[in-house]
Write a protein that binds this ligand. Structure first.
Ligand code: DLL
Length: 460
């Protein structure tokens, strides 16, 4: 543990600390500007963490209204850094940090890295984007606070990244899961076996990913793949993190970021273990605190002790976002559920795309996937989507050509129907045809309309 005191403090003691921090923040913010004064107008200065419900929630549009820096709660001269998120919809969200905020940002990311087994001198290959996105500089600061040795490569330049991994022999890889898949492809293409690289753990986050993806990345990179969660409105990466012992749940750094899990419709708290929307209150942020910020991210919380010594509340992986739900013929599905089923088939590799075909009145879903072992040897324009003739389960490795691929597609389509209750077609295409993710967050869902074909070489 990087911060044994904070991470393993008795729960009741932490609750008192949370109340103390909340109160001093509420007192300060009531008088600082209209944005906070409005939100806190009916809130007592002696508010405790148990009556957080007295504070109205806010969400992204409330922050957009404050664009770019109308809500900052400190004099501009105290700002030390700006970050932002571009977001797939709407305007960018700009966030700001004081020196103390940056220190907290470093500390929580040092906890993340220590949880993955890093310590002083550990080499960390940092493939998260550097710049306005919080990923690169966030993990960078954490690595430095820990005394680790960080390689600030950022995203892209995959050939160079792979060479550096082979030459410098880092123990820890931090990047998005989709970029980890791109790196795994590149290492495999060089003939480097998973056990022959130096990597021991990967800290993957910033976008949705599934347990099936974890299984594949762990096997293909020969490492322990761990989840990291965060969002720039709260701090960036380091809001919550897994360790090898945390049983696939993420510890929330709740001494700084208090979390609630609410029913998205009623706004009422859901029971532990039930899925709801994560709502965060920052307890120590100075420049741009958020109180009861609705993230749109869906997960469950767990509070029972897990026997590891850490006493922080845990959360499940992110199971979906309120706004990325796809409705397929009346069935609600999250893209990460499709990923879980798809990559749960060991014949399927980590590159895939979900296409919502909106050319007809009734939209349908088509999943494009690549085989785990690429020996289809086909050109992009060969008869895609042809029906398999014998319906038999065969791996692409069983022989070249379309037939095993079509059979694999049918099997996966049947698994999707079985597990999610949705009918979609699955086309397995030759390896390398689905564009690899090089920079930024993976966009997995594409719309196909009469005006726009997202994959002209593959879809017609
Ligand atoms: O993505 C911060 C981050 C950087 C987290 C590096 C982890 C690693 P934003 O750009 O503000 O911040 O995007 C935040 O990304 O609300 C989630 O919807 C999604 N997200 C982040 N981490 C995960 C994760 C960074 N582990 C938004 N699993 C969040 C699923 C995630 N979704």
């Amino acid at each position: 543990m990087f911060d044994r005191f904070a991470e393993s403090m008795p729960v009741e003691e932490r609750r008192s600390l949370q109340t103390e921090r909340l109160r001093s923040q509420v007192r300060r913010l009531k008088g600082v500007n209209d944005f906070y004064a409005r939100q806190l107008s009916d809130v007592d200065e002696d508010v405790s963490i148990d009556d957080l419900g007295a504070i109205p929630t806010i969400s992204k549009p409330d922050l957009w209204d404050q664009y770019p820096l109308k809500a900052i709660a400190v004099p501009r001269s105290e700002l030390r850094r700006i970050h932002a998120t571009s977001g797939t919809s709407g305007r960018p969200t700009i966030v700001a940090y004081t020196e103390n905020d940056l220190d907290v940002f470093r500390q929580v990311n040092a906890r993340v890295l220590a949880g993955a087994g890093a310590g002083p001198g550990t080499m960390v290959h940092n493939g998260y984007g550097y710049g306005l996105f919080t990923g690169g500089l966030g993990l960078h600061g954490g690595a430095e606070a820990l005394g680790a040795n960080v390689v600030p490569i950022s995203g892209g330049q995959t050939t160079r990244q792979v060479q550096l991994i082979l030459d410098l022999e880092p123990e820890i890889l931090v990047c998005t899961p989709s970029y980890a898949a791109t790196l795994a492809d590149a290492l495999a293409a060089l003939g480097v076996a998973p056990q022959d690289n130096s990597l021991k753990a990967g800290i993957f986050g910033a976008e949705p990913w599934s347990e099936s993806m974890r299984t594949q990345l762990s096997a293909r990179l020969g490492l322990t793949a761990l989840d990291i969660y965060g969002l720039c409105e709260v701090v960036g990466p380091g809001v919550a993190f897994e360790t090898a012992e945390s049983d696939h749940k993420l510890y929330v750094n709740e001494d700084h970021f208090y979390v609630e899990c609410l029913d998205p419709e009623t706004g009422r708290e859901v029971a532990d273990g039930e899925v709801g929307e994560l709502v965060f209150t920052t307890l120590t942020k100075e420049a741009l605190p958020v109180l009861r910020y609705r993230t749109g991210d869906l997960a469950a919380l767990y509070r029972e002790p897990d026997g590891t010594g850490r006493t922080l509340v845990r959360m499940s992986r992110i199971l979906g976002r309120r706004d990325d739900m796809i409705v397929i013929r009346g069935v609600n599905v999250y893209p990460s559920e499709i990923e879980a089923v798809l990559l749960g088939d060991e014949g399927i590799g980590t590159s895939y795309a979900i296409v919502i075909d909106q050319r007809a009145e009734m939209p349908s879903v088509l999943v494009l996937a690549e085989p785990a072992v690429d020996d289809l040897g086909e050109a992009p324009d060969e008869g895609l989507g042809r029906e398999a003739t014998d319906g038999q389960r065969r791996r692409p490795g069983d022989g070249l050509g379309r037939e095993p691929a079509d059979a694999l597609g049918k099997t996966v389509a049947a698994a999707l129907k079985d597990r999610l209750g949705v009918s979609c077609s699955v086309r397995v295409v030759g390896g390398g045809q689905i564009p690899r993710i090089e920079i930024g967050k993976a966009v997995r869902v594409h719309t196909w309309t009469t005006e726009h074909n997202p994959f002209p070489a593959l879809l017609r």
